[in-house]
Design a protein around this ligand. Structure first.
Ligand code: SAH
Length: 225
């Protein structure tokens, strides 16, 4: 699976993809992540990518030309299943969206900045708009990294224990059960006895009950339908 990410601040995306699971997924050849500097596609002498908003008001708006050149160039190389714009007014990212996107081959992600991008870029090129939550960040880079992480960890072979993504929170509309590791006793706080019992069936049942109870307490909305 391949991701192309278009940004004015490629440096912001270096860290998230250079460590741990995302790094290993690329080393294993399971995911390719390419970051493109929008400024490289700006036609003007100063490599500027923004301009004042029509109608006045505060904040700059990202211009069409650099995005158009960049997207057209990338589209000549391959077909994109989705061209996603990260945006606080998009559909809110959740596990089903990540589960769906992992079935794609090529995803192009656009990161906005300043006041946002010229609406016509969204109208002409964008096929999907995704928000990572109801708050505003200063750029689309962290949201893009969140989206890529959520999808890449679902690619078969990326997580060492194949089943572990399936037992995570939100798969099956349940939160995850509490987890424990050694020591079995810490300053009077002990691990629930059942986990030490060796009875796998009882452990599975306990985990399911705990997941249900946690979901009922913390996110009853997940159980409602
Ligand atoms: N004026 C815009 C916000 C611009 S923030 C509005 O009110 O909707 C600048 C850029 O950061 C956005 O274009 C978007 O790409 C990114 N961004 C900010 N918050 C985000 C969020 N919650 N989810 C996804 N992208 C976000």
């Amino acid at each position: 699976m391949r991701f192309d990410i278009v940004t004015v601040l490629p440096g912001l995306l270096e860290g998230p993809f250079a460590h741990s699971i995302l790094q290993r997924a690329q080393q294993k050849g399971l995911a390719e992540i390419h970051v493109h500097n929008l400024r490289d596609y700006a036609d003007n002498k100063h490599k500027s990518v923004d301009d004042y908003p029509y109608g006045g008001g505060s904040g700059m708006v990202m211009t069409i030309q650099p995005f158009a050149n960049c997207i057209e160039a990338l589209k000549k190389e391959r077909h994109y299943d989705e061209i996603i714009f990260m945006s606080p007014d998009g559909e809110r990212l959740n596990q089903p969206i990540a589960n769906h996107l992992v079935s794609h081959q090529n995803i192009l992600i656009l990161c906005g900045h300043y006041k946002g991008i010229d609406q016509r870029i969204r109208d002409i090129y964008v096929t999907r708009e995704i928000s990572i939550g109801d708050y505003v960040l200063s750029g689309g880079e962290l949201p893009a990294a969140v989206l890529v992480d959520a999808v890449v960890r679902l690619i078969p072979g990326v997580l060492s224990d194949e089943t572990s993504a399936l037992s995570d929170s939100f798969q099956d509309d349940l939160l995850d059960a509490p987890v424990y590791t050694r020591p079995a006793e810490w300053k009077g706080h002990s691990v629930p006895y059942i986990l030490l019992s060796g009875n796998q069936k009882a452990i599975d049942e306990w985990r399911h009950e705990q997941a249900l109870e946690r979901t009922r307490n913390r996110r009853p909305d997940l159980l409602s339908d």
